[in-house]
Ligand binder design. Structure first.
Ligand SMILES: Nc1ncnc2c1ncn2[C@@H]1O[C@H](COP(=O)(O)OP(=O)(O)OP(=O)(O)O)[C@@H](O)[C@H]1O
Ligand SMILES: [Mg+2]
Length: 265
């Protein structure tokens, strides 16, 4: 997969392992992906297929990896630099776990700004709150004083503090109520346009991917088994049998298909 100047993120032959010897889990196997600048790229697949691990390897949270990960044309080494976090940020599935329970919204948002010596942090915090649709009254609240959707808005605002170019979104709405999910997805769409962001979005829900993404890769048992455009998905043209099953299950044609998802090695 050649890297061109409009490639935001390039992954080649990525392998990620956890543990050693007999406890070793080979979670990601020979994954190659290329995400264009300004694109929303979806990563789907059943539980345990390695979706989060791909994002965690990019973010520097899963350290035992081999292969190539390159951001804006620069290959990443084993350690993530300050400059990396100014380009790539991650939003996690669980807004309850990802916010420090004893830090106010103000502290949560300011902290990355202080570490990275952002100017006018005070103004930035207000701006970020506005950006994610929270009023100034939220600034000094603690996570337990927020709803799930509001917490996820704070987590998204925190990810934007350093004005990154790429957001890694790991199931950003799946811990939320259905009605709130749509709000957060729409917020993410708006922010993407306003901040010219590139998204890598993990979801097990193909309707979320179809709504948000341009292209997607389907993972199964650590491998990418299919890459397709969302147009192909909408025309229900997956070529791989596993994707067809996922599509059926996700569109709800066939509830039994959910249980019948096979594993392809
Ligand atoms: N820290 C870890 N230590 C050991 N094994 C791990 C670790 N994190 C993930 N794994 C294993 O790696 C594999 C891939 O996990 P991963 O979390 O990437 O899956 P996923 O596709 O994100 O699943 P889900 O949809 O449930 O979030 C699984 O077998 C999982 O048990
Ligand atoms: Mg996951």
């Amino acid at each position: 997969m050649p890297a061109s100047s409009d490639t935001a993120l390039l992954i080649e032959h990525l392998d990620v392992r956890f543990g050693k010897h007999e406890d070793e889990v080979h979670a990601v196997r020979d994954v190659s992906l290329s995400v264009r600048r300004g694109e929303s790229f979806g990563l789907v697949g059943e539980s345990g297929s390695g979706k989060s691990t791909v994002l965690r390897a990019i973010a520097g949270l899963a350290r035992d990896w081999t292969g190539r990960i390159s951001v804006d044309g620069d290959d990443l080494g084993p350690k993530r630099t300050k400059a990396f976090y100014e380009t790539v940020q991650m939003v996690f599935q669980d807004p309850y776990g990802s916010l420090h329970p004893r830090h106010t919204v103000d502290r949560t948002l300011s902290e990355p700004g202080r570490i990275h010596e952002v100017e006018n942090i005070d103004e930035r915090v207000n701006e970020l709150l506005r950006d994610v649709g929270l009023g100034p009254e939220f600034r000094f609240r603690y996570p337990h004083q927020l709803s799930g959707g509001q917490r996820q808005r704070v987590a998204i605002a925190r990810a934007l503090m350093l004005e990154p170019k790429i957001l890694l979104l790991d199931e950003p709405t799946s811990a939320l109520d259905v009605s709130v999910q749509a709000e957060i997805l729409n917020l993410l769409q708006r922010l993407k346009a306003e901040h010219k962001l590139t998204y890598v979005l993990v979801s097990h829900d193909l309707s979320v991917i179809a709504h948000m993404c341009d292209r997607m890769a389907v993972m199964n048992a650590g491998r990418v088994v299919e890459e397709m455009t969302v147009d192909q998905l909408r025309r229900a043209e997956p070529s791989h049998n596993y994707t067809r099953q996922l599509l059926k299950a996700s569109l709800g044609y066939d509830r039994a298909a959910v249980d019948a998802l096979e594993t392809f090695d």
